[in-house]
Design a protein around this ligand. Structure first.
Ligand SMILES: [Zn+2]
Length: 469
């Protein structure tokens, strides 16, 4: 197992001209036919027509044969790498049932090694579906291990840009004794913040698994520490109706007004879902720096509901797209989430014009970056931004481009992801991940998944067929 950062260091930043039939900049450059992007020292130097750039830079290596699409790296605004090794269980359960029967037992045995290895595994899947930035919330309840810290090493080794949080829940099961006290949770938040500060591509957010999953003491301590330390927040809000009922019983109000009263909206905050929001909730979100991560595939699998994306956007709220965790998706294919984001709105409104492809691509890139406070660095192909790019070609699914953006949103699949750069490093080349050996990682992860199934009791309870040997 290599030390953190060595894998990324083995892939040097390159100077290259990347060429495609269409460059979708999601920035002031618009859509450029036969376009190219000049990458140097980890940054985008220029974006423009291929012939003009090539004429001025004749000696530069060129990647791309002039077909297909070049887009900004996709921003996966919400996932749980704690579920990296737990796909395909309990797909017929509601969120609350699934949390209690799958995520709880799994989280009680997760270690930092599981976190690191699972992150490396899902980083491959994300990179191969065009993701260059991921916003993770690692949820666990293992008192013996600062498990979330392992995510940082995994992301650095894969050279995937990330924002990492520890989704602490000390009161996840009502009536059960908490697995940790406030000090224990804060010690892990600190350790994770320090690991992120030492990393090149990873930054930190304070995680609150869910408001209902935390004791009042931890919620209050969290609001205080975020104010004192200037930390931004990652949580879930208004995901399912049961959440609102339980919040009303516990606090006499919905989760969004309760988060406001706690002071959680005093800092930038991104929340997964925002499905069950009222007009009063929307007013609160819009008046603060609160962004929503929309997770259409997970919302459909769990039967949670439909996020009112057009309404949130019209209120000026930043809405990004996320896969959600690998256990409620059941994968990390961002291109699938992008397509589902469009389809779900159309079928819900019974109106195919309710959202268009450029809007969905923008949500998956620039708006997602803005939702994470990273739009000055990534999210569009503009000179000066970090070189996070995805080249799609060599596949039938991007071969006929009557409408390049529409083809990307409705027709592209990971099969077409030929090259990916993160911070100017080519982390996918010729359709293969260069930072993590995919076959080796799959083999190693199988054994870890079997151990987790056994140790968590998920094999015994019938949810997993792994772990019998
Ligand atoms: Zn989530």
């Amino acid at each position: 197992m290599p030390n953190a950062r060595t894998a990324a260091d083995r892939v040097p930043r390159e100077e290259v001209l990347v060429r495609a039939a269409w460059v979708l900049t999601v920035g002031p450059g618009g859509e450029i036919e036969d376009g190219a992007v000049h990458v140097r020292d980890g940054r985008i130097v220029e974006v423009g027509g291929y012939r003009e750039l090539r004429g001025r830079l004749p000696g530069l290596p060129v990647e791309g044969d002039g077909t297909g699409l070049l887009i900004p790296g996709l921003v996966n605004t919400h996932t749980h790498l704690s579920e990296a090794l737990a796909t395909g269980m309990g797909s017929e359960l509601t969120l609350f049932e699934w949390g209690e029967r799958i995520v709880g037992p799994l989280g009680s045995v997760l270690t930092a090694e599981d976190a690191r290895e699972g992150t490396r595994l899902r980083a491959v899947e994300m990179l191969l579906s065009g993701v260059t930035t991921v916003n993770d919330m690692f949820v666990h309840g293992n008192p013996d291990d600062l498990a979330s810290v392992g995510v940082v090493a995994g992301l650095e080794e894969a050279s995937l840009r990330g924002v990492v949080s520890f989704g602490a829940e000390d009161a996840a099961i009502p009536g059960a004794p908490p697995w940790a006290d406030v000090d224990r949770v804060m010690a892990e938040q600190d350790a994770l913040a320090q690991a992120c500060a030492a990393a090149e591509l990873v930054s930190f957010r304070y995680g609150i698994g869910t408001l209902l999953g935390q004791s009042d003491a931890l919620l209050e301590a969290g609001a205080d520490v975020c104010r004192d330390r200037g930390w931004a927040v990652h949580t879930h809000l208004a995901e399912v109706r049961e959440e609102l009922v339980a919040a009303a019983q516990r606090w006499g109000r919905r989760t969004i007004p309760h988060a406001l009263a706690l002071g959680l909206f005093d800092r930038p905050l991104i929340a997964g879902h925002g499905v069950w929001v009222t007009e009063a909730d929307i007013e609160i979100l819009a008046a603060h720096e609160v962004a929503i991560a929309h997770n259409p595939v997970a919302n459909m699998i769990l039967g949670s509901g439909v996020c009112p994306v057009p309404r949130l956007r019209s209120a000026g709220i930043s809405v990004g797209i996320g896969t959600d965790g690998a256990a409620s998706n059941d994968g990390q294919d961002m291109l699938q989430a992008v397509k589902a984001a469009a389809l779900l709105q159309k079928v819900h409104a019974l109106d195919p014009s309710v959202i268009d492809a450029p809007t969905v691509l923008r949500m998956a890139t620039l708006d997602g970056a803005r939702a994470l406070g990273l739009d000055h660095l990534v999210g569009s192909l503009e000179p000066g931004k970090r070189a996070d790019l995805v080249l799609l070609q060599d596949s039938v699914c991007v071969s006929v481009l009557h409408d390049p953006c529409g083809q990307l949103v409705y027709g592209a699949s990971p099969r077409a992801v030929r090259s990916v750069w993160v911070d100017g490093r080519r982390v996918v080349a010729d359709h293969a991940c260069t930072t993590v050996d995919e076959a080796e990682q799959i083999a190693r992860s199988r054994a870890l998944a079997a151990r987790l199934a056994q140790a968590s009791g998920l094999h015994e309870s019938g949810f997993s067929r792994l772990g019998s040997t």
